[in-house]
Write a protein that binds this ligand. Sequence first.
Ligand SMILES: [Zn+2]
Length: 295
Amino acid sequence: MILVGHQLAAATVAVLVAVWLLRSRWTHTHPRAALILWQISMLTLVVSAIGALLGFGLAPYRRGLLPALLDLPPVFHELDIWHAAAVLAGLALAGWLVVNQLLCLRSTARARARHRLLLQLVARHDTDALVVDHPVAVAYCLPGRTPRIVVSQGARRLLTDAELDAVLAHERAHASERHHLVVAPFQALRRLLPSSGLLTRVCATIELLVEMCADDKAVRQHGRETLASALERFHANGTGGTPAGALAVADTPVQARIRRLRDPDRFAFPLAWPVACLLVLTALSTSAALFAVPL
Ligand SMILES: [Zn+2]
């Protein structure tokens, strides 16, 4: 039961850090630091939830979780109903998460491949991006091994040259920093539990932070006002939606991003961040170690 207690303590740390992140305002000033903490926290929560179930189920064997699992099949019938149910629940949860993640990755990869084929037919190469001859203003990054930056003629007409450069820099930041890999696990969790308001909120928070990271990179090259006015034009003009699997310049709450660019809060980097990082990393390493080490 000590093992279960450790896993529950790790899950509690992860939840507390996630709640702190959801309530904090500094995250919009330091989106990259917030994203790092979000990723570690969610991984800790998943690992410790599975570890708690398996820890309870395999407690009679007094071994690390993985060695006990490997030797389980011949002696599974010796477990009482509660321990057996906990083992099955832990394995089902792990399998459910992995299969769902793989299915999401596959469906997104297929959607991107279809869209890439479509772009080969309708888009033409320009110096910086693929240009689609369409009046609706859109700009997005189609991520992948060979990412594509796509912009419509409508967007080129809508924006000044400087604004267009800022938008393209934003999209290139998505591609170079592989933001789709940051967002994917959270989107997969949301697809697993689409009715969960909390997961929807967490996912929206992650998507917004990713946009802010791309905004920050574009701002370093082109200035705050240039990107803000480009976003404002997109917002006033409306956008034509984003293809599945793409990251668009104006998908997330644009007004919050414009406000942040023009009137940044400038919160100091929180001293609690390294403490929270250390806590949640300790929780994660403890949770993971208990899979191999007997307690
Ligand atoms: Zn974006």
